[in-house]
Write a protein that binds this ligand. Structure first.
Ligand SMILES: [Zn+2]
Length: 132
């Protein structure tokens, strides 16, 4: 018997791998963001102009990442709706409490959501190319 296959997500060639690890969509090796910590708020969206490994352009065109806003909204919905249902089902919170809880949660998760949105957005336009 062979060792179990690694899951798809951890597979370095999968799109999910580059997105979840915030890697360059082309080589899956270079980091998309200059600073690892998403809660370093001054530098949360600092990206190098080009991939340090394969030289892929991370800027693509002026305003390129405006489109990432269209990705962050569904991410927030995907996180919030099941959570809302769970909390609604199992906790006896008033609507105001729920609203405050979710506002705090979504604001708190904003830095990583913004980063993942950018990683997904650039991943839509740049294809994986491991090079030679
Ligand atoms: Zn690269």
């Amino acid at each position: 018997m062979n060792a179990p296959e690694p899951t798809k997500v951890s597979h370095p060639e999968s799109k999910a791998y580059s997105i979840l690890r915030l890697k360059c969509p082309r080589c899956h090796k270079g980091n998309l963001f200059s600073v690892k910590n998403a809660y370093n708020l001054k530098r949360v969206l600092d990206m190098p102009d080009r991939c340090p490994v394969c030289n892929q352009d991370f800027r693509i065109e002026p305003g390129f990442y405006t489109g990432a806003l269209w990705v962050s909204f569904p991410i927030i919905v995907l996180l919030a709706v099941p959570l809302w249902i769970l909390v609604f089902w199992f906790a006896d919170f008033s609507f105001d409490m729920m609203f405050l809880l979710f506002a705090a949660l979504i604001i708190g998760l904003q830095p990583p959501i913004m980063r993942y949105s950018r990683a997904i957005w650039i991943g839509v336009f740049v294809k994986y190319d491991p090079g030679k």
